[in-house]
Ligand binder design. Structure first.
Ligand code: 5AD
Ligand code: SF4
Ligand code: FES
Length: 362
């Protein structure tokens, strides 16, 4: 079997080139098992069995952007917009702290008005204060000015997530409106600024977008390697019926392929970047009930229990079939602890679980 030898040979190499990565991303069946075994070996050797919790607070679904794929885009008038008040956000942060979660993630739709910037600034300081600086804070608040990134860094955020979404600029244009607010160059500028300022820097892409190819995905991984990122979150693209991209139903990747290739992306990235943190994206679970556990077995070492108050979870649906909409913070924490054990991993409680890659590159 020529194919099989091929993947076996590739997996023996010290470094993968573009063609190797394309082949690995297409691995199925036995070949895929070989890839997963290698990724698992690298994972256990370089980051170990520990999986870190990042309590996710989706504090507002108000967004000024119009990404064609996203359910909470500005022009979707069917969404009930919400904005948690400070007490609700602080209560969620307290929950994470009391339950020894390693870190928090503050996420919302993108906004860059002065009021928003100052509010985030104050929240960061407040959370640092009430948790006695014992909880790490990741923010995922989109494209901002260098000055804003610097300000939030000074106030206590130390990791930033900004997915590049795709590194194919033509595809980027196809899935975003063409205007200054959805500009690929600006997204790159942001990612570089984030890294320069000193954040642990996370990016990622959606896998299985309409028009996307295996070559695009291979380039995405090479981009991450070249950017020397510290963290990555990649999930399958999952369509949402109230978005413009849903009109392209006829060219969708089969849902099972999107899922399977996302796992391949995680596995290959783990081999390419041995000591970074890789998240098991929630979108995996929108396709397969065991989606996140499967990711933990092939390279992912971070998971984000949702700690958003249950009342608003249904209004933060970027894609369909989002899990945990009716659950509360306790439910997801307990559920994920069990799931992590089922995947043969351990929950890393009480430590920040910083990216080893970041600590090593300092
Ligand atoms: N399917 C999968 N992921 C999505 N995101 C937004 N919309 C979708 C979708 N329909 C992802 C984007 C964004 C992150 C917060 O959610 O990658 O960066
Ligand atoms: Fe807004 Fe992010 Fe959705 Fe784009 S992906 S519309 S920036 S919430
Ligand atoms: Fe939310 Fe299982 S992770 S209920």
């Amino acid at each position: 079997n020529i194919m099989r030898d091929n993947i076996e040979n590739i997996l023996q190499k010290e470094e993968f080139d573009f063609k190797d990565i394309v082949a690995l991303l297409q691995a199925e069946g036995k070949e895929q098992k070989l890839l997963f075994a290698k990724a698992q070996e690298v994972q256990l050797k370089h980051v170990g069995k520990k999986v870190f919790f990042r309590g996710l607070i989706e504090f507002s679904n108000v967004c000024s952007k119009n990404c064609y794929y996203c359910g909470i885009r500005k022009d979707n008038k069917k969404v009930d917009r919400y904005n948690l008040n400070d007490e609700e956000i602080i209560a969620a942060a307290r929950f994470a702290h009391e339950n020894k979660y390693a870190s928090l993630v503050l996420q919302s739709g993108e906004r860059s008005d002065q009021h928003f910037i100052e509010r985030v600034d104050e929240l960061l300081q407040k959370i640092k204060e009430i948790t006695h600086n014992e909880i790490g804070i990741t923010i995922s608040l989109g494209e901002q000015s260098d000055e804003t990134y610097r300000r939030w860094f000074r106030s206590g955020a130390h990791r930033y997530l900004l997915r590049i979404e795709t590194t194919n600029e033509v595809l980027y244009k196809q899935i975003h409106p063409e205007d200054d607010e959805h500009d690929f160059e600006n997204r790159l500028r942001c990612l570089n600024a984030i890294k320069e300022i000193g954040y642990q820097t996370g990016t990622g892409v959606m896998v299985g977008l309409p028009w996307q190819t295996y070559a695009d995905l291979a380039n995405d991984l090479l981009f991450m390697k070249k950017m020397d990122i510290d963290m990555c979150g990649m999930g399958p693209y999952v369509e949402h019926h109230d978005t413009p991209l849903f009109e392209n139903k006829d060219i969708l990747w089969p849902i099972k392929t999107r899922f399977s290739v996302t796992l391949n992306m995680i596995a290959v990235l783990r081999i390419l970047m041995k000591d970074i943190n890789i998240a098991a994206a929630t979108a995996l679970q929108a396709i397969d009930p065991m989606g996140r556990e499967k990711a933990l077995r092939v390279g992912a070492n971070v998971i984000m229990p949702n700690i958003t108050p249950s009342t608003h979870r249904k209004d933060y649906q970027l894609y369909q079939n989002k899990p945990c909409i009716d659950e509360g913070a306790d439910d997801c924490g307990d559920c994920l602890s069990l799931r992590i054990e089922m995947a043969g991993r351990e929950v890393g409680l009480g430590e920040w679980g910083d990216s080893k890659h970041f600590l090593n590159r300092k």
